[in-house]
Design a binder for this molecule. Structure first.
Ligand SMILES: Nc1ncnc2c1ncn2[C@@H]1O[C@H](COP(=O)(O)OP(=O)(O)OP(=O)(O)O)[C@@H](O)[C@H]1O
Ligand SMILES: [Mg+2]
Length: 242
């Protein structure tokens, strides 16, 4: 199923989507809507995104998927968590990694601890991934761990490649949350080491110019742009008429 954004949304979407369409359009709704309201239009939209990504796998390696957006608070972490659950519903083993070492959120969304996580592996020489089981069957979380003094340097380290290869070996899909791409280089450092990137656009919040710049920044580092996820779209009834 491909959902079409309402007219105003598709206009702002066109210049930043590689192929002129959103991979998914997620109606308004917050937190782990895949679990809280599995029958909702928003949950269906995450399932559509998961299906689109599985379909993309025929052309590109999307085993590791990064999620970013232009600016703070646009729905990256919510998208990462719900996408991980949607992929796992399809029977895949999924690892969600919180690589937003500045404002980590995935452990909160899943109601888990963050005493040990990615930063311990990147900086502390921990060799095993401290994965936590989540409430969602098939989804394991590598939380951010304690915030390091220099998040960018930590992400740029060779250790991150070891983390990603371990995660790939232990899961069918690895979904990676990141800091916003607009002002910070974190996502640009991550992107070339992942199979592809999703750019989250919030219908109400994202500024068109900032979104375009974020996409350009990612393309400059040769990221594979998988597409756009348009979130927080009001008026679900318009979107889901067949
Ligand atoms: N589809 C959605 N519809 C409505 N609200 C949403 C949606 N997705 C996220 N939100 C809300 O937007 C806020 C920010 O979401 P989230 O933490 O996922 O964004 P973020 O881009 O990860 O932020 P940050 O830049 O701080 O990491 C939260 O209050 C969340 O509940
Ligand atoms: Mg976040």
């Amino acid at each position: 199923m491909t959902t079409l954004p309402p007219d105003n949304a598709s206009t702002s979407l066109a210049p930043i989507s590689r192929n002129g369409r959103a991979l998914s359009v997620v109606p308004s709704g917050s937190s782990l809507i895949m679990l809280a309201e599995p029958q909702s239009a928003a949950a269906e939209a995450y399932r559509a995104l998961a299906a689109n990504l599985q379909f993309s796998q025929r052309d590109v390696d999307v085993q590791t998927i990064g999620v970013t957006s232009a600016a703070p608070g646009e729905g990256k972490s919510t998208t990462t968590a719900n996408l991980a659950i949607a992929l796992a519903e399809g029977g895949w083993q999924v690892i969600a990694i919180d690589a937003d070492l500045r404002r980590p959120m995935l452990h909160t969304l899943f109601g888990l601890e963050n005493t040990e996580g990615l930063s311990n592996v990147l900086l502390g020489g921990e060799s095993r991934l401290p994965l936590q089981d989540t409430i969602a069957p098939g989804v394991r979380l590598l939380s951010s761990g304690p915030s390091p003094a220099n998040p960018l340097e930590a992400l740029a380290s060779r250790e991150l490649d070891h983390v990603l290869s371990q995660a790939r070996a232990q899961a069918d899909f690895v979904v990676v949350d990141s800091a916003p791409a607009g002002a910070l280089a974190d996502a640009a450092v991550l992107a070339p080491r992942l199979g592809g990137m999703l750019l989250v656009i919030s219908a109400g919040k994202t500024k068109r110019d900032l979104a375009r710049r974020a996409r350009e920044q990612l393309e400059r580092v040769s990221a594979t742009m998988l597409g756009v996820v348009l979130v927080d779209v009001k008026g679900d009834d318009k979107l889901y008429r067949y």
